[in-house]
Design a protein around this ligand. Structure first.
Ligand code: AMP
Ligand code: SF4
Length: 470
């Protein structure tokens, strides 16, 4: 279902550019394209070769940056970040990039993901005298790097990467170098492109399209890229390099116009919808998707089933994002302001309502009610992903087990709770088949741990699960 409706809960976005005379502006535009990945804060750091320049703030990209800010952001290289606070809260001090200044080399760090052993590393660092200024685990990476302050940065970063575990895609900028890295499982997306002679990196390829950059390749799992006056070089910091990219990126998080690991997100969602129509056929009059993220799957369902696709639900684009309803009762009313059922389409009809996922079940319940109030005679809910039964430890706020409706109820119980006439989820096989193609020798399926409970990395008992916010 559309992020805008529900308070825009997604994960962070990273952008970086090296070798462009308007590096700060390009980063600003890149962050605009990644805005859906985080709305709580945005920041850009540039280097002019001698000094790092930072501007960041809480809020949306266009709230944080005004034209006069760019005159201070000099330099040919920049990194940027949009933040969705999965870890450590949303205050100004946690807005990235984080900058660590020192007399030798200063560094700025922008990171997307979640470290599963951050808690242990923080305790160790504090026991050894480090003073952590923020509550975000991004700072842990910086402290580990800085502990080896006397060796070249590339070595210090490699040392730090040897200690951290979990999911991360990061960009580091010093006065004279840029470093780009991805965890050994490639859990978070990170692509590389070119803009003229400049190197560009972004969490999603939609950022390349916006600035006119061309896609070059994915950053490889376990890869550390260094760029400086000698050009670009790449190395693997681990021998374990198997890509298991997060399948929820395809299901819900990424923009439909992005390609993840060279597969278009809209196309993959359409295949999920087709697959779902094969797995759970139903007799009905119209198919409708919940705007925006479910539209692609609904189109796929319609194509495969032959049931016409209709605009049974529309959203009101102009509801402010700060429209936060305090009580559950008011929130139930609030959804009517943001989403409407189209009476002329659904009245007297048997409706297939396709949504991308169910987390707590609140959204589906509200929408089934909306459709029935608008005169739908039957509402068949088809979910284009499997039931989410396990928390995510890799930076996505799919909530704790207690809040996950599918962790605590059977499909039939869920059907009753959301008031649907039938309810079916896509199988995990169907999900994987919609995403995994034989195009990347490093690809070893996708991460499906929130559906299956099979986590692709070790999970530490006290790993902090990001809080789910709605
Ligand atoms: P819920 O009402 O909690 O069941 O939310 C389910 C809806 O939230 C679905 O329509 C998805 O589009 C969307 N969604 C899925 N995962 C997330 C997430 N991690 N954060 C926010 N929204 C999500
Ligand atoms: Fe993505 Fe789920 Fe894996 Fe988390 S557990 S990385 S949300 S697939």
């Amino acid at each position: 279902m559309l992020a805008e409706i529900k308070g825009l809960n997604e994960e962070c976005g990273v952008f970086a550019i090296w070798g462009h005379e308007k590096a700060a502006e390009m980063t600003y535009y890149g962050l605009h394209a990644l805005q859906h990945r985080g709305q709580e804060g945005a920041g850009v750091v540039t280097t002019d070769g001698d000094r790092l320049h930072l501007h960041k703030g809480t809020g949306l990209v266009n709230e944080v940056f005004s034209e006069d800010k760019f005159s201070q952001l000099n330099g040919h290289a920049a990194i940027g970040h949009v933040r969705y606070a999965t870890q450590g809260g949303g205050g100004y001090e946690n807005v990235q990039p984080l900058v660590f200044r020192s007399q030798t080399t200063s560094m700025a760090l922008a990171h997307n993901g979640n470290l599963v052993n951050a808690h242990q590393l923080k305790s160790q660092l504090e026991a050894q005298g480090s003073i952590l200024q923020t509550t975000s685990d991004t700072e842990v990476i910086a402290h580990l790097v800085k502990r080896n302050g006397n060796v070249p940065m590339e070595e210090a970063i490699t040392y730090a990467l040897g200690m951290i575990k979990g999911a991360y895609a990061f960009a580091i900028l010093t006065e004279k170098q840029m470093f780009i890295g991805l965890d050994s499982r490639g859990l978070r997306p990170l692509s590389m492109g070119r803009l003229g002679d400049a190197y560009v990196f972004a969490s999603e390829t939609c950022a390349f399209d916006l600035i006119g950059a061309t896609y070059e390749r994915e950053v490889r799992p376990g890869e550390l890229i260094t760029i400086d006056e000698n050009g670009l070089r790449s190395k693997s910091f681990t021998s374990q390099m198997e890509r298991t990219l997060c399948s929820m990126e395809y299901v819900y998080f990424s923009r439909p116009d992005s390609d993840l690991n060279q597969l278009n997100v809209h196309a993959s969602r359409k295949t999920m919808g087709k697959q779902l129509a094969q797995e759970a056929p139903i007799e009905a009059d119209v198919v409708t998707g919940v705007p925006d993220s479910s539209i692609s799957a609904a189109i796929g369902f319609s194509e495969e089933s032959g049931i016409p696709y209709e605009l049974g639900l529309i959203k009101n684009r102009y509801v402010g994002r700060t429209f936060i309803q305090p009580s559950q009762e008011l929130r139930e009313q609030g959804v009517k302001l943001k989403l409407s059922a189209v009476r002329g389409i659904v009245e007297g009809k048997r409706v297939v309502m396709v949504d991308d996922s169910i987390v707590r079940g609140t959204t589906s319940r509200r929408i089934v009610r909306l459709l029935k109030e608008a005169g739908a005679t039957e509402v068949h809910v088809r979910i284009a992903s499997p039931p989410i039964q396990n928390p995510c430890y890799y930076g996505i706020d799919t909530s704790t087990k207690g809040e996950l409706i599918a962790a605590n109820h059977s499909v039939e119980e869920m059907r009753k709770l959301i008031g649907a006439d039938s309810l079916t989820f896509l199988s995990t096989e169907g999900l994987e088949a919609s995403i995994v193609e034989d195009r990347d020798p490093l690809q070893h399926g996708v991460c499906k741990a929130c559906f299956t409970g099979n986590y692709p990395t070790e999970i530490y008992p006290d790993t902090v699960i990001p809080a789910y916010k709605d």
